[in-house]
Design a protein around this ligand. Structure first.
Ligand code: UDP
Length: 338
C-alpha cells in the first residue's frame, strides 16, 4: 500500500534527507506538500512537478492551520530541525525553540485537525555515550548535548500524545546519513559542511586543502572514530515504510536506522581514494569535543517492525554515491535559493 488518498505534509522537505524522502514518496504516487523555511533547505532540491513547496516556519500556527484546512493531511513527516551539535551547546535555546517548541505547535494543529500519524526524524544522538555496542533501542537514552536532548524531548512528547489523543508515531533514529540520489540530481549541500564524507571529497576536489582527522587515539582498532554510515536512499525508504505501517493501523515504533557496519574515519579516507582514484590530503589533529569512540546501530528492530533493511552496506557505495553528486554538474552545491 504505497499510494495514500490523503496528502502528506513533509516539513523540512527541501533539506538533505527530507528531499530524498519527498522524491521517493512522490515516485510512489503519494501527494506531498513540503513546508520548509529554506534556511538550510534548497528550493532546487524539490524537483518533482507534483510536489508543492510552501515556504514558511513550522512554528507559524496560522500558516499551519491554513495548510491543514486546505489539504486535510493524513500524515506528517517531520524533518525540519537544526542539527549542528557544537552550535547546540553554545546556543541551546535556538535548538530547544526550533527542534522542540515548534514541533509542539505542529502537534497542536494536528490534534485540532484530527491528523494522528507522525513520522519523526530522530537521531542516534539521543543515546549519548552507548553502554553497549551495537546500539539497540534498549540502550538508555542519555544525550550528551542540547541537540540530542531537543530530539529526545520530542520523542517523549510524541509518546505522551499517543496516550492522550491517540497519535501514532514513528521515531526513526538515524545514524550517519550519506550519499545522494542515484541520478546525482539531489544530494547533500550543507553550509557550513561539517560532515566527514563530503569534507573528505572536498579535500579531493581541492575545495578545502586537506581533511583534518579529529583524533587518532580513540579506543578503536585504527585509533579513529567508528560510525555507521547509512545511505540517504535507505533512510528515505524507511520513512515510506513507516508511513505504510502507521497508515495500516500499526502501533507507534521507535527504531534505529543504520547498517550495523562500523566504519572508521581512516576507512572513509581509504574508500575515497579508491573511489576517486585520487589521493586525499590528510592532517591529523586533536579530538573534537563530544565524539564517542564508536556508534554502530543494531538495525534488527526496524527489520522486524517495518520490514526495512539497508540495501547499501558497503561504505564504498556511500562514498561513490556522494562522489556522483560532488563531481556531477552541480559540484555538490545547489547555489543560492531562487
Ligand atoms: N570527522 C573528522 N574530520 C572532519 C569531520 C568529521 O575526523 O572534518 C570525524 C568526526 O570526529 C566523527 C566522524 O568523522 O568521528 C563523523 O563525523 P560527522 O561530523 O560526519 O558525523 P557525526 O558522527 O558527528 O554525526
Amino acid at each position: 500500500m504505497s499510494a495514500t488518498a490523503s496528502p502528506i505534509l513533509v516539513t523540512g522537505g527541501a533539506g538533505y534527507i527530507g528531499s530524498h524522502t519527498v522524491r521517493l514518496l512522490a515516485a510512489q504516487g503519494r501527494r506531498v506538500v513540503v513546508l520548509d523555511n529554506l534556511v538550510f533547505g534548497h528550493r532546487q532540491a524539490i524537483i518533482d512537478d507534483g510536489v508543492e513547496l510552501v515556504v514558511g516556519d513550522v512554528g507559524d500556527r496560522a500558516l499551519l492551520r491554513r495548510l491543514f484546512e486546505t489539504h486535510r493531511f493524513g500524515a506528517v513527516v517531520h524533518f525540519a530541525a537544526y542539527a549542528h551539535v557544537g552550535e547546540s551547546v553554545t546556543n541551546p535555546l535556538k535548538y530547544y525553540w526550533n527542534n522542540t517548541a515548534e514541533p509542539v505547535r505542529l502537534l497542536q494543529v494536528m490534534q485540532e485537525s484530527g491528523c494522528k500519524v507522525f513520522v519523526f526524524s530522530s537521531t542516534c544522538a539521543t543515546y549519548g555515550i552507548p553502554t553497549a555496542l551495537p546500539i539497540t533501542e534498549a540502550n538508555p537514552q542519555q544525550p550528551i548535548n542540547p541537540y540530542g536532548h531537543s530530539k529526545l524531548m520530542v520523542e517523549r512528547i510524541l509518546e505522551d500524545c499517543g496516550h492522550a489523543w491517540g497519535l501514532r508515531s514513528a521515531c526513526l533514529r538515524y545514524f550517519n546519513a550519506s550519499g545522494c540520489s542515484p541520478d546525482g540530481r539531489i544530494g547533500e549541500d550543507h553550509d557550513p559542511e561539517t560532515h566527514l564524507i563530503p569534507r573528505v571529497l572536498m579535500a579531493v576536489t581541492g575545495e578545502i586543502d586537506r581533511i583534518e582527522v579529529f583524533g587518532t587515539d580513540y579506543n578503536t582498532p585504527d585509533g579513529t572514530c567508528i560510525r555507521d554510515y547509512i545511505h540517504v536512499e535507505d533512510l528515505a525508504d524507511a520513512h515510506a515504510r513507516a508511513l505504510d505501517h502507521l497508515a495500516a493501523g500499526g502501533a507507534s515504533v521507535r527504531c534505529n536506522l543504520g547498517t550495523g557496519v562500523g566504519v572508521s574515519v581512516k576507512d572513509i579516507i581509504h574508500a575515497a581514494e579508491e573511489v576517486t582514484s585520487k589521493p586525499v590530503p590528510v592532517a591529523y589533529g586533536p579530538r573534537r569535543p563530544g565524539d564517542p569512540d564508536s556508534l554502530v546501530a543494531d538495525p534488527s528492530l526496524a527489520k522486524q517492525l517495518l520490514g526495512w533493511e539497508a540495501r547499501h552496506k558497503d561504505v564504498r557505495d556511500m562514498v561513490r554515491s556522494a562522489w556522483t553528486w560532488m563531481s556531477g554538474p552541480r559540484k555538490g552545491r545547489y547555489g543560492a535559493n531562487s
